[in-house]
Design a protein around this ligand. Structure first.
Ligand code: SF4
Length: 512
C-alpha cells in the first residue's frame, strides 16, 4: 500500500520531508521551476543586499517573504500536467513582479533612507493607492509607478504565512479597537499603529472598498501615512445604470488630484494601450473559465484565484502578465484537446464567498484528500466586462465598471441577486455537484444572508458544505477546524471515503 501524503509532512509545520514525486516529467518540471523561483529571489536579494537586510529587520512582515518557496510548494501540492505548469508559471511571474516592486518600495522608503535626496526624488514618481483599487487608472501616468500600498505589507504576507496577521491584529485590539472586526482592516490598522507601512509616495488614493470595516481603518491609516489623500468612492450596486455617472465623476476627480501631486499631465494614449492589454488579459481569463466548464477542468487550485486577484489589482494592463497568460492558456488548451486530466476528480465544487487567506492552499487539500475540484470560485469572477476604448468617456465607463467589480466587491457588496442567485447560476454553468460556502465569521454582510443560502440549496437539492473561517486570523478558526467541517460533511452527508485517509487529520498549526 502506498504511503499517504501526510506521512511526508513534518508534524506541526507540515513541511515536506522531501519533494513530491509526480512522475519523471512533472517532478523534473516542478524542480526546474522551483530553481527558477530561487533565481528570481536571489537576483532580487543580491541587487540591493544592504537595503533588503535593513528591510527584513525594520519590518516584521518582511519575514514572511523569506518563506515564499515553501508557500509556492503548498500552492502546487497535488498539481500535475498543465495544471502544474500553469500554477508554477503564474506564481513565478508573480514573484518576479513582486520582487521588482519591493525594490522600488525599499529604494524610496524614507524609513530605510531617512533624509535621502535620492529616495525623495523617487517618491515624486510613486502614486500610492488602496490595495482594493486596481492599478489601471495609474497607467495614464507612464512616468510614475502605482503601488497598492497595503498589498505588500498586509495582503501578500497574510497568504504566505498564516501567523503574519496575528501580531498586528493583537496591536489593534490592545489599542482598544473592536475585536470582532474583520481581520483584514484590523491587520491594516495594526500596521498603522506600529508604523509598519513603508514611507513612500507623493500622494495616496484611498477608497471605500470593500466594506465598512475597511472605511473605518482608512482614517487610522491616513493619520500615520500622512500623504496628501483623496478617497475614490466606488458605488456598491454596480449593476445599476444610475450609479455609473457618479463612478466616472469620481475617476475624473481622482485624475485631477493625481495630476496636481505628480505634476504630470494625464496621458490618455498610455491609458488606452493599458486598457487594451487588460481586455486581452480578461479574454485569456474567459478562455480559462471555458476550459473549466469541460469535463477536464485544467485550471483549478489556489494558485488560480490568487493569480487572478493579483492580475486584476496589481498587474492589470501589464504586457508581461499578458505574455504569461497566453503561454499558460496554450498549455491548458493542449491538455484539454488531448483529452487528458491528470488528477482524480470525484466532485466538482463551486467555492463561494471570500476564500481564507490563512489557508490559501485549502483547494489543494480538498482535491488531494476528497477529490473535490474547485471548478469555479466567486473570488475569481472579477472585472468580467471588456473596456470600450473608443473614446475617453467610454474608457472611463469601462474602468469604473472594472473598479466596481473589484476583489470582495463584485458579489459580497454588489447586491442580493449577485451574491445569492449568482451562486446557482455558476453551479449550473460549471456543471458542479456541490457547493463549498465559506462562512467568513467576521464578514457581517454575507453572514446576514447565510440562512438564504441554506434554504436555496435545499430547494434546489444542492449539496452545500459550510466551512467556517476568519479570513486571516488563524487564532479564531484554524486550518484544522476548516478541514474538519469538510470531513464531517463528506462522511455524513456525502457518505464518502477519503481519497487519501492520511490527509483527513494532520497537524499543521505551526505551519507558515
Ligand atoms: S471579508 Fe468582508 S468584512 Fe472582511 S474586508 Fe472583505 S468585505 Fe470586508
Amino acid at each position: 500500500m502506498s504511503k499517504g501524503i501526510a506521512e511526508n509532512l513534518h508534524p506541526g509545520t507540515a513541511i515536506e520531508k522531501h519533494r513530491r514525486w509526480r512522475g519523471l516529467k512533472d517532478t523534473a518540471y516542478d524542480y526546474g521551476q522551483w530553481c527558477r523561483l530561487w533565481g528570481i529571489l536571489l537576483k532580487w536579494a543580491l541587487a540591493h543586499p544592504a537595503q533588503n537586510v535593513k528591510a527584513v529587520f525594520r519590518y516584521r512582515w518582511m519575514f514572511s517573504y523569506l518563506t515564499v518557496p515553501s508557500f509556492f510548494d503548498r500552492l502546487c501540492a497535488g498539481q500535475r500536467g498543465a495544471g502544474l505548469r500553469a500554477a508554477r508559471n503564474n506564481l513565478n511571474y508573480l514573484a518576479s513582479d513582486v520582487t521588482e516592486t519591493l525594490t522600488t518600495i525599499f529604494s524610496a522608503d524614507l524609513h530605510l533612507h531617512p533624509g535621502s535626496k535620492k529616495a525623495e526624488a523617487l517618491n515624486k514618481q510613486i502614486i500610492c493607492v488602496d490595495e482594493l483599487l486596481p492599478a489601471l487608472i495609474g497607467k495614464g501616468f507612464p512616468n510614475c509607478k502605482t503601488i497598492l500600498l497595503q498589498e505588500y505589507p498586509m495582503y501578500l504576507p497574510s497568504l504566505i504565512n498564516q501567523h503574519s496577521p496575528v501580531h498586528y491584529i493583537g496591536q489593534t485590539e490592545l489599542h482598544g479597537l473592536p475585536a470582532d472586526v474583520c481581520p483584514l482592516p484590523s491587520f491594516e490598522a495594526g500596521l498603522a499603529i506600529e508604523d509598519d507601512f513603508p514611507k513612500i509616495g507623493c500622494c495616496m488614493l484611498t477608497s471605500n472598498m470593500p466594506c465598512d470595516g475597511s472605511i473605518m481603518t482608512s482614517m487610522l491609516q491616513d493619520r500615520r501615512i500622512g500623504l496628501p489623500t483623496q478617497p475614490l468612492n466606488i458605488p456598491l450596486r454596480w449593476k445599476r445604470e444610475e450609479v455609473q455617472e457618479y463612478a466616472v465623476a469620481e475617476l475624473l476627480s481622482a485624475i485631477e488630484f493625481l495630476e496636481k501631486y505628480t505634476g504630470e499631465k494625464y496621458d490618455w494614449d498610455a491609458l488606452k494601450e493599458a486598457c487594451e492589454i487588460w481586455n486581452e488579459q480578461n479574454k485569456a481569463k474567459f478562455e480559462k473559465w471555458e476550459l473549466n466548464r469541460t469535463q477536464l477542468p485544467p485550471h483549478t487550485g489556489s494558485s488560480a484565484w490568487l493569480y487572478r486577484i493579483f492580475e486584476h489589482q496589481a498587474v492589470c494592463g501589464e504586457p508581461k502578465a499578458l505574455k504569461n497568460d497566453r503561454k499558460v492558456n496554450k498549455l491548458l488548451q493542449k491538455q484539454v484537446a488531448a483529452g487528458i486530466c491528470p488528477k482524480t476528480i470525484r466532485h466538482r465544487a463551486v467555492l463561494w464567498n471570500t476564500p481564507c487567506n490563512n489557508y490559501a492552499n485549502f483547494n489543494n487539500w480538498l482535491l488531494e484528500c476528497w477529490g473535490i475540484d474547485s471548478v469555479c470560485e466567486m473570488i475569481d469572477l472579477h472585472g468580467t466586462e471588456l473596456i470600450d476604448t473608443g473614446t475617453h468617456e467610454s474608457m472611463l465607463y469601462g474602468i469604473a465598471r472594472m473598479y466596481q467589480t473589484s476583489t470582495m466587491r463584485a458579489h459580497t457588496k454588489g447586491g442580493y441577486e449577485l451574491m445569492l442567485d449568482g451562486l446557482w447560476e455558476k453551479y449550473d454553468e460549471f456543471n458542479a455537484d456541490m457547493v463549498i460556502l465559506f462562512d467568513q465569521i467576521s464578514c457581517k454582510g454575507v453572514g446576514a444572508i447565510s440562512g438564504l443560502f441554506e434554504e436555496g440549496a435545499r430547494q434546489r437539492n444542492i449539496r452545500l458544505c459550510t466551512v467556517r473561517q476568519d479570513l486571516m486570523d488563524p487564532t479564531s478558526i484554524s486550518r484544522r477546524e476548516m478541514r474538519n467541517d469538510v470531513n464531517i460533511f463528506m462522511q455524513t452527508v456525502m457518505n464518502e471515503t477519503p481519497l487519501d485517509p492520511s490527509l483527513v487529520t494532520f497537524d499543521d498549526d505551526e505551519s507558515w
